[in-house]
Design a protein around this ligand. Structure first.
Ligand SMILES: C[S@@+](CC[C@H](N)C(=O)[O-])C[C@H]1O[C@@H](n2cnc3c(N)ncnc32)[C@H](O)[C@@H]1O
Length: 278
């Protein structure tokens, strides 16, 4: 047995420890990329083996947030995939405008970039004051950063470019203050966002949502878990509600298209055609 095979066994044990000790179940994730992230965690841990990492995880619960943060890839951008935001602005917002109250679930919110982008979009469409955004993630560390709404100044250029490409009607700099090497988003943007822990692997549906965004999360999941999560979204949406996935995420299986129709052919924003189960 070579060292790599041995590491694979250690990673299996590490994964079980995470599940049995803390209830975080990564067994349904796409395993090749998950193993890479465990190896990267181990490489920066300073510990002699992955088994030592498992021992630390088991005996030191304060280590858990760091482990989850490093395994969960909280990478994002404001107005990421601007074409999708443009589609939301053009096709989805006018429909949401017909509801007296608008509920939005943004699943896998990372450091909050996407939730704040939605808040800006809703403000520009005049819908913010009747909207509530539930922005959820598995990582407490990511959620804490999201609540702050502070990002590196070096990202501002990219965020502004994305915003313009998404059809933004003003200037993104109207929504933040630059301080030293950071930007701090306007506090009014967080008034209608609730950042809360929710695990797509284990937790349940999220109420009567009009729009769900879950972009660049399903790519980390294996097929069975993807199906579970799509079912969760289907059961969380009102009839005629919208689901936005990431650019590289194409739903697997014909069943999806019994429940959802693309808003614009070829774009990853869909509309539910299902009657919700009681
Ligand atoms: C690559 S980021 C995507 C961020 C944002 N949606 C975007 O498209 O830019 C993936 C996020 O999904 C979260 N995530 C991973 N597994 C999850 C799970 N089981 N439940 C909820 N969130 C999860 C990660 O913590 C991470 O913040």
């Amino acid at each position: 047995m070579d060292a790599r095979d041995l590491q694979d066994i250690e990673i299996e044990l590490f994964t079980q420890a995470l599940k049995l000790r803390y209830g975080y179940d990564f067994t349904g994730y796409a395993q090749a990329s998950f193993h890479r992230r465990v190896r990267a965690l181990y490489a920066t841990s300073g510990l002699p083996t992955i088994s030592a990492l498992t021992a630390r995880l088991l005996h030191d619960e304060r280590y858990l947030p760091e482990v989850i943060a490093k395994l969960s890839v909280p990478v994002s951008e404001m107005f990421r995939s601007p074409k999708s935001f443009e589609l939301l602005r053009r096709e989805v917002m006018p429909v949401l405008a017909s509801y007296p109250q608008i509920s939005i679930w943004q699943a896998g919110c990372a450091h909050g970039e996407e939730a704040y982008s939605l808040a800006i979009l809703l403000k520009e469409c005049g819908l913010y004051n009747r909207s509530r955004i539930y922005a959820t993630d598995i990582s407490e560390d990511a959620l804490a950063k999201a609540r702050e709404g502070i990002y590196p100044l070096r990202e501002a250029r990219l965020y502004s470019d994305n915003y313009i490409k998404s059809g933004g009607t003003g200037s993104l700099s109207d929504w933040y203050t630059a301080m030293y090497n950071h930007i701090k988003l306007d506090e009014s943007l967080s008034e209608r966002i609730t950042f809360v822990n929710h695990n797509l692997v284990a937790d349940g549906v999220f109420g009567e949502m009009h729009l769900i965004l879950c972009r660049n999360v399903l790519i980390y999941f294996g097929e069975a878990l993807q199906q579970r999560v799509i079912g969760l979204f289907r059961d969380s949406l009102v009839r005629g509600g919208f689901l936005a996935l990431g650019d590289r995420e194409r739903p697997i299986g014909g069943k999806f298209f019994e429940d959802f129709k693309p808003v614009v052919p070829g774009q990853p924003v869909y509309r539910s055609v299902m009657v919700r189960k009681p």
